[in-house]
Design a protein around this ligand. Structure first.
Ligand code: ADP
Length: 310
């Protein structure tokens, strides 16, 4: 399977590297308006390939995306320290006007996988710009927030993140919702598991984990200027679900007809992903507080997307 990546900056190249490491696709093509950067990133990633897989990694023009099954859109301007994701919107919407038309001209059947922030808004803008069915325009959404939530819960409980089933819903950003009420460890409720291993989830623990998930990106950006390895791996995980038609449940963003009473808005809930893109939406059981928080997150995103003129 061929995967295109438009935007060979930190996020796009990290996704390319993760795809090459995982070896689930046969070809990766990097495109960037800075051709020299795309060539350099592709060469660097290609030199890692002999140590781990047989993926062909190249740089190219848009024409080389012909035949791509998935195109990752990671082009844009990066988040500066202190800048909110929503403040990036106007700058990145302009970039997407250029990119989406160029991609669809050569790869009209591709699934578009959106990585640029603010990702929920960019996902909705891409549906508007492309006219594609919503299920073929997937935003990376809270895939990484969910991974962070599982990782922190797993560390507290002394188990692998893969044994924790917990989801972060809504906006990939400040208004996201950690769904504590339906989180499980192994086959047990969180409280039941925590009691058995003697690691109670106190109010303090909960606040620390909430902060660790919600503010992870801000902390990483403060220390190193950008976040990319985590999201690169998350994007490669979504591509793997598509490439192998895995029917995997992942929290990704998509334009929904209605969420918590808010119509036509893109945000993350758990969804089943396979070869055709998003196959099924899974509306989680939430308590009243979480439902209200998800409504607020949806309403905020809706308000923002309505402000964008295309
Ligand atoms: P991030 O950390 O989100 O990856 P970067 O700034 O490292 O941010 O990467 C964004 C990339 O998107 C840059 O390499 C930039 O050249 C590219 N880019 C910006 N605008 C366009 C465009 N219109 N077409 C193609 N690539 C673009």
């Amino acid at each position: 399977m061929k995967v295109g990546i438009v935007g060979a900056g930190m996020v796009g190249s990290s996704a390319g590297y993760a795809l090459a490491v995982m070896g689930t696709v046969s070809s990766v093509v990097l495109v960037d308006r800075n051709a020299e950067l795309a060539i350099a990133q592709a060469e660097d990633i290609a030199h890692a390939v002999p140590f781990m897989s047989s993926c062909v990694v190249e740089a190219g023009e848009y024409d080389q995306l012909a035949g791509a099954s998935v195109v990752i859109l990671a082009a844009g301007v990066s988040q500066k320290p202190g800048e909110t994701r929503l403040a990036l919107l106007e700058r990145n919407a302009a970039v997407f006007r250029d990119v989406v038309g160029n991609v669809l001209r050569v790869a009209p059947d591709a699934i578009l996988l959106i990585a640029s922030n603010p990702v929920d808004i960019m996902t909705q803008i891409t549906v508007r710009l492309s006219g594609l069915p919503a299920a073929r325009v997937i935003g990376s959404g809270t895939i990484l927030d969910t991974a962070r939530f599982r990782s922190l819960l797993g560390r507290h409980l002394g188990i692998s993140p893969q044994s924790v089933h917990a989801y972060v819903l809504g906006e990939h950003g400040d208004s996201e919702v950690l769904a504590w009420s339906n989180a499980r460890a192994g086959s047990l409720s969180l409280a039941g598991f925590a009691a058995q291993v003697g690691s109670a989830i106190t109010a303090d623990v909960r606040a620390r984990i909430d902060d660790g998930v919600r503010n992870a990106a801000y902390k990483i950006i403060k220390g190193k200027g950008a976040t990319y390895y985590g999201i690169g791996a998350g994007l490669a995980r979504i591509v793997k679900a598509i490439a192998q038609d895995q029917q995997e449940v992942l929290t990704v963003s998509m334009v929904n007809r209605e969420i918590e009473g808010v119509a036509d808005v893109a945000l993350s809930i758990p969804r089943v992903i396979g070869a055709k893109g998003i196959v099924t939406d899974l509306f989680p059981d939430l308590d009243a507080e979480e439902s209200a928080a998800l409504h607020r997150s949806a309403a905020l995103l809706k308000e923002t997307v309505e402000a964008v003129s295309l």
